[in-house]
Design a protein. Structure first.
Length: 194
């Protein structure tokens, strides 16, 4: 990241930076977005790992750096405000965690893997690599039937967002998020127990 350009930018103009990143007119826009939102992204990653009681190779900084790499990979981000960007970042963080779990499981088959515990206590299910993958697979199914429920689960389970933050990002009320969360938890619990 170019520190001088980051310091020049107005960190509150996330909307303008998102427009510049989408249009491709400013290649450093994503750098400035991530720099401006780094504390929020770090909180998001820490929330995902907050109840991890064991040491692991996966930490909040690692998640953010891998998320940044994926965000800068040339993928078109269709976000027009901070909330939409943070929701998208939560989705990318989810894929980072799932990819890490899958890689770890693959390495375990070959030996030499370092254990890491990812908690799924928000959904009241066991905390294992298989459960994280089951949640991921269930979310893929849920996306086909109700994309908003999938986004609520992503933001809550993988992103650690509060109901209010989710409501703002999705443009719905807190009450709708609570109902969606309860419904999604039930559907995921059934899907995971299969």
């Amino acid at each position: 990241m170019d520190v001088a350009k980051i310091m020049e930018s107005d960190p509150t103009d996330i909307t303008g930076l998102l427009l510049a990143a989408r249009s491709g007119t400013d290649r450093s826009a994503m750098d400035r977005i991530v720099a401006a939102l780094y504390p929020s992204l770090h909180r998001l990653a820490e929330a995902r790992l907050a109840s991890n009681g064991t040491l692991s190779q996966l930490d909040a900084t690692s998640i953010i750096h891998e998320t940044y790499t994926r965000l800068c990979s040339g993928v078109q981000i269709n976000a027009s405000c901070r909330g939409q960007f943070m929701a998208y970042a939560a989705q990318v963080m989810r894929s980072v965690v799932v990819d890490y779990v899958r890689k770890r499981r693959a390495e375990r088959r070959g030996g030499g893997a370092i254990p890491v515990t990812l908690t799924t206590s928000v959904l009241n299910i066991a905390s294992s690599d298989e459960d994280v993958e089951r949640v991921h697979d269930a979310l893929l199914e849920l996306e086909e039937t109700d994309p908003r429920l999938k986004r609520v689960v992503e933001m809550r389970f993988f992103g650690g967002f509060s109901e209010t933050e989710i409501a703002v990002a999705l443009g719905v009320t807190d009450r709708t998020v609570r109902r969606d969360w309860e419904r999604a938890r039930l559907l995921l619990k059934v899907a995971i127990q299969r």
